[in-house]
Design a protein around this ligand. Structure first.
Ligand code: SF4
Ligand SMILES: [Zn+2]
Ligand SMILES: [Zn+2]
Length: 300
């Protein structure tokens, strides 16, 4: 197999692009896809400080690596979820990554903010771990951005993640989720940072290849609570589609973004207030995060 660009031996075939690349040309392709995402959705400029949410996994560390290489002003944000060995190991990967590149890493602990780590939160609330965890992550990302003066938070969601989320939302016809599914969410309140996903054009296989070729040391294990999640079933279904029809994931996601998303956009904007307790945005008087923290406090 030959590189489509230079004719050297290719290391990776990208069937959906009808291309194969050698190492240098694949790295260039990867960086260009990120640059195209940033440009198309006006995600951020080189004058802005970008907070990159890192989990210690391949996607978020690959994203941070590209943005550092491209001279963006970045800091990492690691949210310590308190999920046993998984959190200990993933935090160590993020700290080592930041130290090796001399870039700042902010660490925020869910247990400190909510009053309990994710596994305890799950027992107390009797809701799936991902429910309290997801809520806490969204809240703490925005809080870190506000506290440290970042206008925008970037996450490592890739094409596979986004296509699986879309499939999940379509399966349940969650019109709210469909209206919010976008590579770039604008700030709709002065206390809300923008949220962007610069890897949405790149597949999981491509981010894994990038991380490997760039010798990024990342945590391979998934969060133990991810096992059996419906999102994994959605990813498997889409991967089977991709195997028989290269480009299926891309067409599904990009087709939605280009042709269907507008139909789900709300005409009226949701009125956002500031939480009476913590000042972060909410649609009520006390935000869902403060209510979660109350629930945890009551049971301890
Ligand atoms: S899979 Fe793990 S990290 Fe992801 S939302 Fe669920 S509990 Fe949190
Ligand atoms: Zn080449
Ligand atoms: Zn609050």
């Amino acid at each position: 197999m030959k590189c489509t660009k230079c004719g050297d031996t290719a290391i990776l075939e990208l069937r959906r692009h009808n291309a194969a690349f050698c190492t240098p040309d694949f790295l260039t392709f990867f960086r260009r896809q990120v640059a195209a995402a940033v440009r198309k959705h006006r995600m951020f400029t080189r004058d802005e400080r970008v907070l990159v949410a890192v989990s210690g996994g391949k996607d978020s560390l690959a994203l941070w690596d590209v943005l550092i290489e491209e001279s963006y002003q970045t800091s990492g944000l690691y949210l310590d979820l308190g999920i046993h060995d998984y959190s200990v190991e993933s935090k160590a990967k993020c700290e080592a990554f930041a130290a090796a590149r001399g870039v700042p890493l902010i660490v925020s602990s869910v247990a400190e903010a909510v009053g309990a780590p994710v596994p305890v939160m799950q027992k107390v609330t009797r809701r799936p771990a991902c429910s309290g965890c997801g809520l806490s992550k969204r809240y703490l990302m925005n809080k870190a951005a506000l506290d440290h003066g970042f206008p925008v938070v970037a996450t490592g969601h890739n094409l596979d993640d986004e296509a699986a989320t879309l499939l999940g939302s379509v399966m349940q016809w969650q019109t709210d989720a469909l209206s919010r599914q976008s590579p770039a969410l604008p700030s709709t309140h002065r206390r809300l940072a923008r949220r962007v996903k610069p890897l949405y054009r790149l597949s999981e296989r491509e981010t894994a290849a990038y991380a490997f070729l760039r010798k990024i040391d990342y945590i391979v294990e998934e969060c133990p609570f991810a096992r059996g999640a419906t999102s994994i079933a959605h990813k498997e279904i889409l991967s089977r589609m991709e195997a028989v029809s290269p480009g299926a994931k891309h067409n599904f996601l990009f087709g939605f973004l280009e042709k269907a998303r507008a139909a789900f956009e709300r005409s009226e904007t949701v009125r956002l207030e500031e939480c009476e307790r913590c000042g972060q945005v909410t649609t009520g008087t006390i935000c869902a995060f403060c209510r979660l923290a109350d629930e945890v406090k009551r049971s301890s």
